[in-house]
Structure formats: C-alpha cells, structure tokens
Design a protein around this ligand. Structure first.
Ligand code: HPA
Ligand code: ZN
Length: 325
C-alpha cells in the first residue's frame, strides 16, 4: 500500500507552526483546564468552522485558538501531541516554528512558552527518537520594533533556538520591513528563513533572499510567475518548504491538480512536503504526501526525492544528514 510506504519513508518536517497543531480535542481540554469558554459548541463545530477564504480568515481563527495556551504545561502538551503524531507518520526530524508574540501580547511570559515547548522536544528525542530544532517566527503584521524587542527577549534562550522566521499576514508586509531585525539576528548567530510567495508576489521572495539572506523560503509557490527567480532558486538550490493542503485550504490554488509542486520538482528546485497547520488544514505530513501523490500522479521516485530533500534542506549538520538519508 502506497499509504504505508509513504508513512515508513523517513522524513523531516521543516514547516510546521506548533500553534497550528492545536487539535480541537486539546483546545477543549485546555479550555476546561482554565475554565474558559470557546466560540465553538463542540469539537465537531470547531472542525466545521475551519473553512477559509484566504490566509487572513485562517489567521483570525488560529490566533483565537491559541488563547487557550497559558501555562508551561499547555505548551508542553501541545508540542508532545504533535511529536507523537509526527512519529506515527515517519517524521525523524522536525524544525518547529513558534510565534512568541501571539502569547506575549496576551501577557504570557516568553519563558513559559519556550520552556514548555523545549521540554517536550527534549523528551521527543529521548522517548520518540525525533530530533528537532526550534525556529522563532516574528509576526509580520506587527511592527519591526516589536520584532526587535522579541529578538532581545529570545537571546537568553538562544541555545534552544536555531533560527528566526517571518509569518502571519504577508500582503503589505514585505520582508524589507524586517531587514534590521534579521541583520541583528544573523549577527547573533541565528539562521534565517521567511514565509514568502504564499499570497505575496515573487518580489517578496527576492527580498527574503537578498535582504534577509534566508537559508530557506517557506511556501514560495508563486515562484513560477518569475522565470528568473526559478533559475536562481534552482542554481542556488534554495529550499522551498511547500505545504500543499494549506495552499488549497487558503485558496492559493483552487485544486491540488493546479498545485505547482511537481512543476517545481521537475524544474530541479529543492522542494519538500510539509503540513503548515495540520489541525486546521485537515492533514499531517503523510496526508500531504498522499494528496499530491493522488492529484499529481507522482512516482515513488518523486516521493522519495521530496523526502530526501526534506533532510537536505534541514538545519542538521552534514554528518547528521548523511546518517538520516
Ligand atoms: N502563512 C503565514 N502565517 C502563518 C501560516 C501561513 O501559512 N501559518 C501560521 N501562520
Ligand atoms: Zn507557514
């Protein structure tokens, strides 16, 4: 069965927002824990509410959902649940995004957020044999000053954070807004990535490369609109962390048949398959693989290459990569 073959294929996941792995079941459990009321009557009602027109309509529910995350234990439980799902799907290594500003804006301490997540990652290694890195994402709809403040807050925890990224509402918030923040982050030794070319134009991908000096582009699926960019991405093998089900759920492409992942792969770009916000988009990494396999007539060789790319694009050391592949 191809489904089992995909599950057993060793994979790395490089584009997963930990807040986006908050399943309605856990959301209800945490609401109970903190005696909060949710805007949904039931778990089923939450699932039904997850119908999005675009990135912003998703982000509104995603930030509202994150309200139930309050204590270190909550962040631990969130991360632990994700790691268990990932393990069941053949994920051997994961590089997790977290959005500290979503929480510090509500009065939750940075330390609470990162300690809960980090503790689960440590146990993920010892108990599930999943290696991991953590990437701090700045919310691009907030100011560059706020991002800079967040970077300063992160410095005492730098041993736990491999790099910084950029997420949230893309249109109108180009990478150039964060040039100084990323300069400072790189100066401190952080690697950099950025969401670009999801809803935003190819120019934002160029900015992420030229101004933020990113090691990877998250999404990047609008690259085919710019042939020069396609050439550059191929020549420099700049990885694109692609999230097929997310792109359909947010209306970036109407159907999976129109999704460019095979086109990108066939053009020689370094693309991988990722889940983005699996609790909201109806699938973890295995379901993303399965969906593109069915819609785009991928060969097993294509699937193998996508999985191999996920390790090659990761922030593992060269020897760790060799061991993993
Ligand atoms: N794009 C931008 N911001 C996000 C996403 C995304 O797909 N998921 C969570 N935050
Ligand atoms: Zn994302």
């Amino acid at each position: 069965m191809i489904r089992d073959w995909i599950r057993d294929l060793p994979k790395a996941e490089l584009h997963i927002h930990i807040e986006g792995s908050l399943e309605p079941e856990l959301m209800f459990a945490l609401a109970d824990r903190h005696q909060m009321t949710l805007p949904y009557d039931s778990i089923e009602a939450a699932h039904q509410a997850y119908q999005f027109q675009d990135l912003q309509s998703f982000l509104d529910l995603y930030y509202a959902g994150a309200n139930v995350l309050r204590t270190e234990q909550d962040f631990y439980d969130l991360t632990w649940n994700y790691l268990q799902r990932a393990r069941q799907q053949g994920v051997h290594h994961t590089e997790i995004f977290f959005d500290p500003q979503t929480h510090t804006q509500r009065g939750i301490a940075f330390e609470t957020v990162i300690t809960g997540i980090h503790q689960a990652l440590v146990e993920g290694k010892s108990q599930l044999d999943i290696s991991s890195h953590l990437i701090l994402c700045f919310l691009r709809h907030l100011s560059a000053e706020d991002a800079m403040k967040t970077l300063e807050e992160a410095l005492p925890y730098q041993d736990w954070i491999v790099g910084v990224g950029l997420d949230s509402s893309e249109q109108g918030h180009p990478p150039s807004k964060f040039t100084a923040v990323f300069d400072r982050a790189r100066g401190q030794g952080f690697l950099t990535v950025a969401h670009a070319g999801e809803e935003g134009p190819p120019e934002y991908i160029w900015e992420a490369i030229e101004l933020l000096k990113v090691a990877r582009i998250d999404h990047g699926v609008r690259s085919p609109e710019d042939p020069k960019l396609m050439e550059w991405l191929k020549e420099h093998q700049i990885p694109l962390t692609v999230c097929p089900l997310s792109n359909i759920e947010l209306g970036v492409f109407e159907t999976l048949k129109q999704h460019p992942i095979k086109q990108l792969l066939d053009a020689g770009l370094n693309v991988s398959v990722n889940s983005d916000d699996p609790a909201y988009f109806g699938g973890y990494v295995q379901e993303n693989f399965m969906a593109i396999y069915e819609a785009l007539d991928l060969s097993q060789r294509d699937l193998y290459q996508l999985a191999k790319n996920s390790f090659l694009s990761s922030f593992l050391s060269e020897s760790e990569k060799e061991e993993a592949i």
